[in-house]
Design a protein around this ligand. Structure first.
Ligand code: SF4
Length: 352
């Protein structure tokens, strides 16, 4: 039963019993739904809350105290017929929150008897930022707050930005690994990867940043996938040439646990930006072909968002394979010295 828009909804006496939250992907988007799950848990402490998510992101929610269980969609079970048969699992739920609004989640929730609340799409507002900036679009609300109108219909509200909970096993592993890497007491997590080329800062700038941090006695922990590491040979060679630096290409669970031990992070507009902020780190976030006004700035306070406000920025909702103007000025003109200064500012604000 898809609930009519806007009207307050009756909450059953004793609260909802079985709740499903659907957000199948991606890394940052799943992180940004966590405050919604926390609000549901606070209101319905006895409910079973199942979080439906693709297996590559399941570590984000598996150990979260507000989630009863992760309903994992394996890579080989996402065809149309798989989804139709999985939708039967939702039949004995009394509340379904579709925080994805994709074709897959619409199929999963089609003709369910439960109350189905779906987060409204902001695609048109975001498209306006890319294609019609002359119409002076307003900044979008932070994505982690976009479920607020849905929760209001249940008489609930969001309490604060997302927080991640690495598993005890991953945290224990990270403690040992951290000691073995012999990183300085104050180490900065660097995340030079991003799915789209226009979101990436040039490798030479990352090298300059790494050198500046080493000069200041700060540790450097680079976190990427294996493929991203292969694409940054100069940074890998430079990091290996002096003490106080390490490179990790670990699973999401371990990467999260390592990230949580850093003093701050420097990232692109990427999934790891949201992981870092939700791990309690102050983040220096570098925005290239996108823009923080689209709602994806790091959640919470104490961060620094660096965006040059080029006239062409943003040139895409998510990013592009190459700069359509050829110069990629949004990133090449963002100088390492500005990033170092922003990092010093956010570190100065952290209570020692
Ligand atoms: S310089 Fe402009 S057009 Fe090129 S990637 Fe950056 S925002 Fe897009």
């Amino acid at each position: 039963m898809s609930a009519a828009r806007g009207r307050p909804l009756p909450v059953p006496e004793g609260g909802f019993r079985r709740i499903a939250v659907l957000r199948l992907s991606s890394l940052g988007d799943v992180v940004l739904t966590l405050p919604t799950v926390v609000a549901l848990r606070a209101a319905f402490p006895a409910a079973e809350i199942a979080y439906w998510v693709k297996e590559e992101y399941a570590d984000l929610v598996r150990e979260h105290p507000a989630v009863t269980r992760a309903r994992v969609l394996e890579k080989d079970a996402r065809r149309l017929e798989d989804l139709v048969s999985m939708s039967a699992e939702l039949e004995d739920h009394d509340l379904v929150l579709d925080l994805h609004g994709s074709a897959r989640t619409r199929l999963l929730t089609f003709r369910q008897k439960a109350i189905v609340l779906r987060v409204p799409s902001t695609r048109l507002q975001r498209e306006r930022w890319v294609r019609a900036r002359w119409s002076l679009p307003a900044p979008l609300p932070p994505v982690w707050q976009q479920s607020a109108p849905l929760l209001a219909r249940l008489g609930l509200s969001l309490a604060g930005p997302p927080r991640l909970h690495p598993s005890a096993a991953a945290s224990a592993w990270a403690a040992q690994e951290w000691a073995a890497m012999q990183l300085p007491a104050r180490t900065i997590a660097l995340a030079p990867g991003a799915a789209w080329a226009t979101k990436r800062w040039p490798e030479a700038h990352w090298c300059a940043l790494e050198a500046a941090l080493a000069e200041r006695g700060l540790g450097r922990l680079v976190l990427t996938t294996v493929a991203e590491r292969r694409a940054l040979p100069g940074l890998a060679a430079q990091l290996a040439s002096r003490p106080g630096g390490a490179w990790a290409t670990e699973s999401l669970a371990r990467g999260m646990a390592l990230m949580a031990r850093a003093a701050a992070a420097v990232t692109h507009d990427s999934g790891l930006m949201h992981v870092a902020a939700a791990s309690g780190l102050p983040v220096v976030a570098l925005f290239g072909g996108t823009h923080p006004a689209l709602g994806f700035a790091p959640a919470g306070s104490g961060h620094a968002v660096l965006c040059r406000e080029e006239p062409c920025q943003p040139c895409a909702l998510h990013g592009r394979e190459a700069c359509p103007l050829g110069h990629h000025r949004c990133m090449t003109a963002l100088a390492p010295v500005e990033v170092v200064a922003a990092l010093e500012r956010v570190l100065a604000e952290v209570v020692p």
